[in-house]
Design a protein around this ligand. Structure first.
Ligand code: MN3
Length: 208
């Protein structure tokens, strides 16, 4: 997260076919090698002529959008958000999922949502309810309280005044090849590949 300009495309922490049958290989290739790469390239293009921003981290840029030169605010919002969101999304999945939350995060989920089942239901509702393209998130505030939110397009939750723990991409490019219009089925399957160890790490060590 200390990375600065020029930003680089992060490699997947697993093989393209590792999340089969839940997320297919072809989708992973398009999603990572084409879509994610485009966000990285377009973010760098936006920042190219602003050397004063070349020592800023991605999180700083996204927390300070309104202070950026007006000419690049939208490009950084869309493409910088795209880079951060996809880094978190791809790193937040694993073929070796524990299938249920672990450790302190598991306790917090039970405390704030009543049970893991309730959490899943609420999270799925947020992901299904996002009209058009966007994301659903599990975030924590500075007191460690959990909340589920959704964002449009490549927006980050609340200008990153909250800490992202877990997120699902509900843009059609994330699921259309395998699931077509069946977003609910995609969400149900994604629950099988969540890296709960990673999620707990983000809960214990907030990135913002
Ligand atoms: Mn995507």
């Amino acid at each position: 997260m200390k990375e600065t300009y020029p930003f680089k495309l992060k490699s997947l922490p697993y093989d393209y076919d590792a999340l089969e049958p839940f997320i297919d290989k072809e989708t992973m290739h398009y999603h990572h090698d084409k879509h994610h790469l485009a966000y990285v390239n377009n973010l760098n293009k936006a920042l190219e002529n602003y050397p004063e921003l070349h020592d800023k981290t991605l999180i700083w840029l996204l927390q300070n959008l309104e202070n950026l030169p007006e000419a690049i605010q939208t490009a950084v919002r869309n493409n910088g958000g795209g880079v951060l969101n996809h880094n978190l999304f791809f790193d937040g999945m694993t073929p070796a999922s524990s299938k249920a939350p672990v450790g302190r995060l598991a306790e917090a989920i039970n405390r704030d949502f009543g049970s893991f089942e309730n959490f899943k239901e609420t999270f799925k509702k947020a992901a299904l309810g996002r009209f058009g393209s966007g994301w659903a998130w599990l975030v924590s505030d500075e007191n460690g309280n959990l909340k589920i939110v959704s964002t449009a397009n490549q927006d980050v939750p609340m200008n990153l005044r909250v800490n992202p723990i877990l997120e699902i991409d509900v843009w059609e490019h994330a699921y259309y090849l395998k699931y077509q219009n069946r977003r609910a089925e995609y969400i149900d399957n994604w629950f099988n590949v969540i890296d709960w160890n990673k999620a707990e790490e983000l809960y214990n060590n907030p990135i913002v």
